[in-house]
Design a protein around this ligand. Structure first.
Ligand code: AHR
Length: 501
């Protein structure tokens, strides 16, 4: 048994818990939209063709915002294809995923779905093959009440009320050579600035997100952010970050330490943004929208789009997540939460079927992947303020990151209810950890709940046939004495300990 200690004090506030940390992402990719959220033949489908079971799971997951419609898809997308009578909508080649886009679902359908799912829509505009005019047109369609071509068109197509979308991504991954319409940082920064300026003429109160780097491994990482912000600092509010993690060559130790890269990513982007702020004598701060993050087995064949055909909604990127993957997702959530002072939004990519916490069979079952649970736990129990914790943990050696703490943790404190929640991972594959939690400012702690997500087999997955193979359970190995809680974290586990006091 290993030993670790964490001290929590409500005075050590980082920032309020930001609901937008618990965002997700719906892209026209594979089966995310078609047979994911939209499946008219499904027994739970409503009059709009949306799956009721998926809406319920989205609510249970606790998703706040949903980014739409891409992703790489958006960089070749003509949003006007997706409005008006469905029978008249064109079928288009989607170059990003080598698929055919039937345009059965477009912006109006997505907004209807978002309302039903209780999520805030976050739109992305195409700055790959298109530009300022088309972005402004889409904004007019979404946010202007009436009296102009596109706002009246929206009304004619059935939505009298504007959608009032606040967050807008100015393009997607424009630093990536794979992106249709890929640009240099200077080219993109100029376009983002001018697009943002024009969009704000329509609606001054938008929150605009410039594209940052597609991963910390990009050759332009750091310099890209600085150059883009040199051009667009005053026109945007946030800069994006994207990161996917996978186990390379069986190196589980490094994979479990992926959040070390996420910490480094966030801190580097903050440094680049603050450098531009100082050099440009700007007043406001630019914060981060970590609007794509997850585990993604990019090395597996199901990530490859078809090359010799153009199918509609082929199964793509349908990673089946293990317990190990869930522990990594949990540790990434800890990293996002502890950087809440500068990470103001995040999107787990994606929501359904495509590298997703929710899986569906076309016309059939739906189930929760292992990664569903850390996200749902954090979304449900992180309330009030995020607290910096003082953590002493044994370390283990990794090939990619050197010595890494076995335990990682973050806490939140809700002054209204008096509840403190600790979120902790044990990255040791074999050893349990006895974690002592010292609630420094409490006279007496009272345990509310202690749960753990673990399994004997690190590779265990949930499937349609066995949807609850990996599911959180109460952790009975917990005791309280005065202001101290002792909890045994099983090997390879995601844990939530909730106390009052
Ligand atoms: O989420 C899958 C893809 O990953 C997105 O389309 C793209 O933005 C990123 O490279």
């Amino acid at each position: 048994m290993l030993n670790a200690r964490v001290a929590i004090d409500r005075e050590f506030r980082i920032s309020p818990v930001r609901r937008r940390t618990f965002g997700s992402f719906v892209e026209h990719l594979g089966r995310c939209v078609y047979t994911g959220i939209h499946d008219p033949g499904h027994p739970t489908a409503d009059a709009d063709g949306f799956r009721g079971d998926v809406i319920e799971l989205t609510r249970e997951l606790g998703v706040s915002t949903v980014r739409y419609p891409g992703g790489n898809f958006v960089s070749g997308y003509r949003w006007e294809d997706g409005i008006g009578p469905v029978a008249d909508r064109p079928r288009r080649l989607d170059l990003a995923w080598h698929s055919t886009e039937p345009n059965t679902v477009g912006v109006d359908e997505f907004m209807r779905w978002a309302r039903k799912a209780g999520v805030e829509p976050m739109m992305a505009v195409n700055l790959g093959t298109r530009g300022i005019q088309e972005s402004v047109d889409l904004l007019e369609y979404c946010n202007v009440e009436s009296g102009s071509h596109f706002s009246d068109l929206r009304r004619r197509y059935g939505s009298a009320e504007p959608y009032d979308v606040r967050m807008w991504c100015l393009g997607n991954e424009m630093d990536g050579p794979w992106q249709v319409g890929h640009k240099t940082a200077r080219e993109y920064g100029r376009l983002a600035a001018e697009t943002g300026r024009a969009m704000r003429l329509v609606d001054p109160n938008l929150e605009l997100v410039a594209c940052g780097s597609s991963s910390s491994g990009m050759p332009t990482f750091g310099a890209w952010e600085a150059t883009v912000l040199e051009e667009a600092y005053e026109q945007v509010d946030l800069i994006s970050a994207h990161a996917y993690y996978w186990e390379d060559d069986g190196d589980t130790a490094s994979f479990l330490a992926s959040s070390v890269d996420m910490d480094h990513f966030i801190e580097s982007v903050v440094a680049a943004a603050d450098y531009v702020r100082a050099a440009g004598k700007h007043k406001k701060r630019i914060n981060i929208s970590f609007d794509e993050w997850n585990v993604w087995y990019q090395t597996r064949t199901e990530s490859e789009p078809p090359k010799d055909s153009w199918p509609v909604a082929p199964p793509l990127l349908e990673d089946r997540y293990t317990l190990t993957d869930a522990v990594v997702v949990g540790s990434l959530l800890i990293s996002l939460l502890r950087h809440s002072d500068r990470v103001h939004a995040a999107s787990l990519a994606q929501l359904v079927n495509v590298i997703a916490p929710i899986m569906t069979e076309p016309g059939g079952k739906s189930w929760r992947q292992t990664t569903f649970f850390p996200f749902a736990d954090a979304s449900r129990h992180a309330k009030g303020d995020v607290l910096r914790v003082s953590l002493s943990s044994p370390t283990y050696d990794t090939a990619r990151f050197g010595d890494v703490p076995v335990v990682d943790a973050v806490a939140t404190r809700d002054d209204e209810s008096g509840e403190t929640a600790l979120f902790a991972v044990n990255r040791s594959v074999h050893e349990p950890v006895l974690l002592e939690i010292d609630l420094r400012d409490a006279a007496e702690a009272r345990l509310l709940a202690s749960t753990t997500l673990t399994a004997d087999d690190p590779d265990l997955r949930n499937t349609a046939a066995n949807p609850e193979a990996v599911t959180p359970r109460d952790n009975p190995k917990v005791s309280v004495s005065g202001r101290t809680v002792q909890v045994e974290l099983p090997p390879l586990s995601w844990n939530v300990v909730r106390v009052a006091g």
